[in-house]
Design a protein around this ligand. Sequence first.
Ligand code: ASP
Length: 406
Amino acid sequence: MSLTKKIIIALILGLIVGLGFNLLIPSGFETVDAYLLTPVGSLFLKSIMMLVVPLVIFSIILGTAGISDPKKLGRIGGKTISFYLITTAIALVIGISLAYLIQPGTGGGFETSTADFEASSAPPIVETLLNIIPTNPIDAMAKGTMLQIIAFSVLIGFALARLGDKTKGLLRLVEQGNEVMMYLVNIVMLIAPYGAFALIASAIGKLGLNALQAMVLYMLAVLGALLIHAVVTYGSAIAFLAKRNPIEFFKGFAPAMIVAFSTSSSSATLPVSMRTAQENLKVSKSVSSFVQPLGATINMDGTAIMQAVATVFIAQVYMIDLSFGDLLTVILTATLASIGTAGVPGVGLIMLTMVLTSVGLPVEGVALVLAVDRILDMTRTAVNITGDAACAVVISAAEEKQNSTT
Ligand code: ASP
């Protein structure tokens, strides 16, 4: 049986077992969760997270060294960032529109003063930009500060390309390091079905159905917007920009989406999403190595959609009208928030406070969406990494075209 099939079956079994415990034997859940589900889930998560920092370093150095021509690097970098910003803005518009259409927060019955939340404020833009340069690259690696690691690796890759023969040995070392990481990804993927099963059963067992009932409309709005964005926005990008079959794209990329769904972390899924894009979607290695790690760090369309819907939802519950200007502010801050969101579980919700404060909504509103966020986190993470892969496919196709005409 293929790994994808195994993971899908594990996912469904996890759903059934989690729900079963929650509905039938809630008292037994805690023990099973503490001694079986959480440890197995963590084993998988930790083994895959272990590979992220070295993989990003090796692959970005290789990716950049592979694009030795500064003009080409600028072209790919520019296209990648434009793709990311434009798709995030589209995601936000879809999210806001669907939230107004479905009106999840106007039905009443919501408790509005349940928790205290600290607003996280947006750091000044100059500081954010300066922060990309690490003062100590080793510290950045130790702390896993992705943008800094990426910046440092791009510079090393650029230098290797420029120095050519002089640093051939080091380049070879990086190539081999990359091979080793990819090999380890394959090994870790062997436990993916068990990990996926445990993670899902644990999440669903904790949540149960009750938490979901009041929130059905909100969830529908978020899930609907995620689906529309994935199918329409990415589907059209694949069909019209890359001139490839969208169905094949989604089919080929499915294994990575399932891992994203079970881990709720773009960062943890990165090794798998790169492998899947290179092997199943035939994205060129140098493009995938550059575009996907960057995307897993700064491109979070799914998260942006949740934030857009949640903002409108919270405004509706608190009966606060958002003006057109407010909505534009939401689009701007949520785009920045999604750039600043780390690819780990739950951060999107913390960044939501930033979006709420930008339009004067109470940050306590976050408490309203907290209960169901775990499930939405899984789905939006799958969309987050699909956006990165779509960008990689589009850019890979454009580069191929460029190469064949020159
Ligand atoms: N879990 C998301 C990701 O890793 C981020 C978030 O929305 O919380 O892509």
